[in-house]
Design a protein around this ligand. Structure first.
Ligand code: SF4
Length: 381
């Protein structure tokens, strides 16, 4: 299991090693056709900051070679904001006195139909808080059963499950699982997640092994940037995790996401670091140079203009038209959002903007690869 593998890496030593990287290390990483985790550390280090333009060009080249000029579009649906955890940075935590919604099967269907009116989405991400009693596996299975006739690719972002539970949901049409580790800093993890099942670091971090063992087709991972001051160390641990999973579960497809926290208003949780656009761009390019095949996903947490530009330079998956409250598309549009959307454009506006940037929005996964293959054949590749 990954928790044992992770034990061999010391957080402070990793941090020191990243900050000790030099221009020569960065140049060596940029020359290598296949980067190691050590190269990735060089590419996200402060020493790589002067190489941003070069990294952008390389990232663009690798992305176009693997994905063509396409971005795969998806939309999230929050099924419930009911949660038994108490993550200190989240408005849905158990102690927050607020109205809790758990969509009924009828409401799910209304939401699915409303999403279909927004755009030609085929990739749907079902999201829940963590409430195993009220929104456990039978509830998720029902949500998948109802969504299956309308969407060709179903992913879930829910509490970590047992291997057999992942298998069961696969039988109900689930094609992928997204789970954010939030942070790989074991000790601090406990501070951010003081109570509930999510406070168990091992259970969460080994959930990815359980997905792999269950043969989940697509696994998404991420670190919540803003929890740890040393975000580079957290991302290095995630890069190690990605390599570990690729080695053990090589049939699975992987995606990564780097959600950034913003300073909270009204005295909420304040991030321990604020990542600039430039740093996020550097991280995105570094990830693409490190791994040519991984999907890099940006949500509507990021601003419109920034998303449009990054879609030409390394990002391959994007949400649009998102509502981050349960039932937000049809049933309860005024409920409390989990996070504020920074790109409020309509689906059509996002798609048009991407096309103006020379990027084709793709609504089904296989359309993208098919177009890319056609393009390669036309070029005689
Ligand atoms: S981040 Fe997720 S698990 Fe934590 S309180 Fe919010 S909804 Fe619950």
């Amino acid at each position: 299991m990954f928790s044992e593998y992770l034990s061999q890496f010391d957080w402070d030593e990793t941090t020191e090693s990243i900050h000790a990287k030099t221009a020569a290390d960065v140049e060596a990483a940029l020359r290598r056709p296949r980067c190691t985790v050590d190269d990735f550390m060089a590419l996200i280090s402060p020493a790589a900051e002067p190489y941003l333009e070069q990294m952008a060009q390389l990232s663009r080249r690798y992305t176009e070679k693997r994905f063509g000029r396409t971005v795969s579009m998806f939309i999230p649906l929050y099924l419930t904001n009911s949660c038994t955890n108490s993550c200190v940075y989240c408005g849905f935590h158990v102690a927050n006195k607020m109205a809790r919604t758990i969509l009924t099967p009828e409401e799910m269907t209304r939401e699915y139909e409303a999403i279909k009116q927004l755009g030609p989405f085929e990739n749907l991400l079902l999201v829940t808080g963590e409430n195993p009693v009220k929104a456990g596996v039978p509830y998720l299975a029902k949500a998948l059963d109802l969504a299956k006739p309308l969407f060709s690719n179903l992913k879930i972002e829910v509490m970590p499950l047992e291997t057999e539970e992942y298998r069961e949901l696969t039988r109900h049409g689930m094609n992928g699982v997204i789970c954010f580790q939030e942070t790989y800093h074991r000790e601090n993890y406990k501070i951010y997640h003081p109570r509930g099942k999510k406070s168990d670091f091992e259970w969460r971090v080994n959930g990815f092994d359980r997905m792999g063992l269950a043969g989940v087709h697509s696994i998404g991972m991420g670190v919540l940037i803003g929890l740890e001051k040393e975000w580079r160390t957290d991302l290095t641990m995630m890069a190690r995790h990605l390599r570990y999973l690729q080695k053990h579960y090589w049939r699975t497809k992987y995606s990564v996401n780097f959600p950034r926290m913003c300073p909270a208003e009204n005295g909420g949780f304040q991030p321990n670091c604020i990542m600039s656009d430039r740093e996020l761009a550097q991280l995105t390019f570094a990830m693409r140079i490190f791994d040519h095949d991984v999907d890099i996903s940006y949500s509507t947490r990021e601003r419109a203009n920034f998303r449009d530009h990054m879609a030409t330079l390394g990002v391959t998956t994007m949400s649009a038209g998102s509502r981050t409250e349960p039932g937000g598309y049809a049933c309860y549009p005024e409920a409390l959002e989990q996070f504020e959307v920074s790109d409020p454009r309509t689906v059509e506006e996002v798609a048009d903007a991407l096309r103006r940037m020379g990027v084709e929005p793709v609504w089904k996964d296989w359309d993208g690869s098919f177009d890319h293959v056609k393009k390669m054949m036309a070029q005689g590749a």
